[in-house]
Design a protein around this ligand. Sequence first.
Ligand SMILES: Nc1ncnc2c1ncn2[C@@H]1O[C@H](COP(=O)(O)OP(=O)(O)OP(=O)(O)O)[C@@H](O)[C@H]1O
Ligand SMILES: [Mg+2]
Length: 452
Amino acid sequence: MALFEDLNYIDGITIIDKDGSILFTVKFNPEIDSKLEESIVGKKLTDVFYNLDKSNSSLYECMEKEKMIERKGQLVKNLYSEDTITDNISFPIKHQGIIVGAVELSKVLIGDKSRLKIDKSSPEDNSIMKPKCLDLGYNAKYALDDIICKSRKMTELIEYAKNIAKSSSPVFITGETGTGKELFAHGIHNASNRKDKPFIAQNCSAVPETLLESIFFGTSKGSYTGALDKKGLFEACDGGTLFLDELHCMPLYLQAKLLRAIESGAVRRIGENEERRFDVRIVAATNICNYDVLLKENIRHDLYYRLSVVNINIPPLRERIDDIKLLSEYFLKKYSGVFGKNVTSISPELNSFMLKYGWPGNVRELENFIESAMLNVPEGKTVMESSDANKSIKDNPADNRTRPIKVLLENMEIKLVEEALMMNRGNVKKAAEYLEIPRQTLQQKMKKYKLK
Ligand SMILES: Nc1ncnc2c1ncn2[C@@H]1O[C@H](COP(=O)(O)OP(=O)(O)OP(=O)(O)O)[C@@H](O)[C@H]1O
Ligand SMILES: [Mg+2]
């Protein structure tokens, strides 16, 4: 095994549990910042290494695939020390046939001063963003066709996303938590001409405000104590797609700076006067689905209008019954396999509960629901019953939303009115023309739903 042979020494070991919490970590290399080692046990892997998520971390991947993963060149960013690039071997840990965690052996390639394999004669080599390392850390993992759905709303949305993917226009994705915003962002990148260039996802809520600016725009050596010559995300992502997740968490002053960079197509690293040009497509996402709230407090209007050239609004799961069925069958098959069971169907009672339930956590919640119910299905049984399912969800009347048609229609009307107002930049006359209703009728509806 090539990577194993290369690994004649290792710099560290990390062990996580199945939910991604760090159980143990040890760094054998004394040059690696020990602050990191002490303080991260008990935290979520993806919180500490904030550029990692389920889709790009080798630890998660080995649990998902239930096999050893060799990963060359994984970029890891954390708040405590320099960015690092590691070669990893990751193994899932099983207990009685069930994945309970994973262990990873890592060798530091770049980032740790003692092993820096960098030719100092090349100015770019000071950067952590080496193109050869983009292969794994910066790839979009999912295609639009990986999005499982059969509801008309979603199939139309996917077709729309395929159509707009080829352009370089910015995309603004809204949808409640767990609806698949990140899947769409990956899918759009992979369906675009930029697919062979970097895809970088940056969660704007995962990084302290003080660091965001340097992460986006980069730094020049000496611009503040300890600052290095480092590319920001725009430079690192040149030619590719930058996914700005939870954009509403970005402070407003930085949003203004972001807008300037997008409009001019150039950035200045902190502490530098030189402008560096970039060609990046922005895909932004937020789970605030009420445009009124979004624009009132969270996102600058000018930035919103610049980014929302293409709007993708992913409907909540409760509004796509057909998808609930299809996805629950998909997750049933998946977790039946994961847990070595032979569960092939869901009882009519449980099915009818799932169709009625409101799924505030959307697809993510549905997946967890099926996974946890699967654990409770007795050995040898082939049907998942209501009694196997998570009792706290079923017994929580607050989440058991009913769906009277009046409420559904009103919600739809609110969305249409909001959309029309957004698209016409708040101009009531134009929005009314767009909806083909009299202006007074639109005003009445705005009053009724308290829309501005
Ligand atoms: N249509 C779908 N088909 C298959 N898996 C899906 C689908 N929609 C969502 N998922 C899965 O549900 C989980 C949540 O999806 P994702 O992270 O894209 O949601 P999100 O809208 O970005 O959520 P959040 O707002 O919480 O960040 C992921 O594990 C994703 O793979
Ligand atoms: Mg997300």
